[in-house]
Design a protein around this ligand. Sequence first.
Ligand code: FES
Length: 576
Amino acid sequence: MAAPKKRRRSQEWFGREGKMGYIYRSWVKNRGIPHDQFDGRPVIGICNTYSELTPCNSHFRTLAEQVKIGVWESGGFPLEFPVMSLGETLLRPTAMLYRNLASMDVEESIRANPLDGVVLLMGCDKTTPSLLMGAASVDLPTIGVSGGPMLNGYYRGERHGSGTHAWKLSEMVRAGKMTVEEFHEAESCTHRSHGHCMVMGTASTMASMVEALGVGLPGNAAYPAVDARRNVIARTAGRRIVELVKQDVPLSKILTRAAFENAIRVNAAIGGSTNAVIHLIAVARRMGVKLDLEDWDKFGRGVHTLVNLMPSGEFLMEDFCYAGGLPVVIRELGEAGLLNKDALTANGKTIWENNQEARNDGPNVIMPFKKPFKRDTGIAVLRGNLCPDGAIIKPSAATPKLMKHKGRAVVFENIEDFHDRVDDPKLDIDESCVMVLKNCGPKGYPGMAEVGNMPIPAKLLKQGVTDMVRISDARMSGTAYGTVVLHAAPESAAGGPLALVRDGDLIELDVAKRKLHLHVSEKELAKRRKGWKPPKPPMARGYWKLYVDHVNQASDGCDLDFLVGGSGPFVPRDNH
Ligand code: FES
């Protein structure tokens, strides 16, 4: 006897009779929805992060329309809904403070509504992890569609990359090598189309993670936002999500441990953002997959950067697209024996089936594994008495000669102290010093802002210094570069050893040995600890308080402690 067909979740709303059936259907009909749309066909939520306050996602109405067409074409019923949208450039003190809040919005919006499957529309940095985290905690069939990068920026004939050139040019202005008028002109030439940052920053990295994890379709990472194929991806996702619901393939079948291992290796191969470390740990733990900081070191080791893209290289995402995009990178990893080839993806094929035939049409943009762009450049996880719970560095963005360095600490107590003193000609600093920034971690900032790539003091810039060792409990923009140690845990505002560093202390960094050591005796540190007082919490009420009271450290993904894990797609009680 055939097994009885599983009643779809949406039927617990739309398939009802009596008062509740009337309530659940009648108001939805006000847009002209015919009665037959409630007949048990898959109801697909389109989770949209469109906002004019998130410029990188400003084209998402078009994408949502394409998803809808795809859903209708496959016999589903699409319902679009907005969630909190996090724009990296406008939100203060940092979009990261709100990632977990947005993830709660996503989780509850999905579970509380009559949905059988979801398509997530995401682009600007934090919109990707917040949607993945929320969706993972519900675990319905899910496909991610990224908004795509902007077209290349160009200024005076040169490629200009989002963020990367903001850091570069502002240093040139500070060093007196560029006028403010030229700076303004360059600013207008960089972001010239819809889409997210077009360097291999956090948005492009996370779009690549979506593709590498298999939750997005092949090509998801690189098609520019304005490329017609971006709309095809959205429309295909609309068609495909209906099939995933019919075949009952929840997100947990795709977001497996094997998928995360693949994503870590892909991140190394693309020279991806350090932010992915925090986001992937958070997403994995929502999904019930055990993923630790050490996994980044273990699976990133021996992986080379293949992609010659800013901020580590010279090209941009549009070039990456024309070269063949992420499928070429995945193929290279597969051929090097560095891919879990059987990992299932959203189109129903394995990751290897999707990518094994990928063709490299830009060998100067995507290099072969045997002759990589940079060798052994996976994220390195550092340990030592300065970061008992770990810190990270992105070797592909660092200066090789600084990867082993010992220097005198120059300490800034917080970001305001840094801004007040960094350009003071009397600041006692030279290029061999190690710049230390405190109180910029999850609790301290709050939200762990992207300030870890501290600008070099102006007087050193004028001497031609372009990089120094910098250490903090902050994050760094994926568009930034330098020998920058990030995410030191526990953070200084939580009493981590970083809080105890003083001007003049010797600090030793040895990336090959994965070591970060403060040359101060245990006895002296204990003495300093007695005199340490935690900084005053930034706000005594509201979400900021909830966040500071409950946020986990960077090594645990910065999720709120009570959000880790999931509650599944249970159907809540009736509302009337
Ligand atoms: Fe939105 Fe960079 S500012 S992706």
